[in-house]
Design a protein around this ligand. Sequence first.
Ligand code: AP5
Ligand code: MG
Length: 214
Amino acid sequence: MRIIILGPPGSGKGTRAKIIGKLYGIPVITTGDLLRESVNQGTDQGRTVKTYIERGELVPDEIVIGIVENKLKKENLRKGFILDGFPRNITQAEALDKILRNNGVELDFVLYVKAEPETIVKRLSLRRSCPKCGAIYHLKDKPPKNDEMCDECGSRLLQRSDDREEVILHRLEIYEESTRPILELYLNQGKVREISGEMEMNKIPDAVRMVLEG
Ligand code: AP5
Ligand code: MG
């Protein structure tokens, strides 16, 4: 299965991507995580990326497209993938289209995660993420077993630097301006399946199965 997960910041893309990856045994490619890794490596590119992420702006297309292209080269595209956070504008959607065409494969679905801005702002302030393995928690709705330590790998959890209210609001604006237009594009191709970003966590696996298989 080849899927894009699309939706506003904090709608629950990463949470769903991990669930779908486990359900179907397919790799998840999260551009936000890949970019944060490049920041942690402290390269020149990482320093550039950091300035965009901290302001809640999109990282320049040539950087992101290059990173995704490299990552996809290492995967068996016929077996499938889940792209979380890419594409995010028309240029990136066209670049993905070209990569898939060159490899003779097509997208199956675009899973659109719908959530209201009020939910998003409330949620992101309580999100904690594992800087090592990328696991995602919520201090109230999906708390770690041990105080702010990752259940999966034991690392100390962090609050992302772009999860401050003013940056969250800017990320929402950028989503409306740049990313929502690609939802229209995929709607016209008949590939979009919608899933609520607001249901209880334990209902997500069944909802995903229904949307993708039903
Ligand atoms: P990225 O890391 O992709 O961030 P985002 O799109 O803003 O989305 P988030 O990761 O914040 O939220 P999410 O939808 O994954 O929600 P989550 O599952 O964590 O991108 C960050 C930055 O990188 C961008 O701003 C940009 O600078 C750059 N970037 C990335 N891709 C790029 C690209 N293609 N081009 C250019 N720049 C790019 O859930 C949120 C919280 O809610 C969690 O705490 C979770 O536990 C909780 N939660 C989820 N579902 C539920 C539920 N059902 N009930 C209760 N709580 C829930
Ligand atoms: Mg995410």
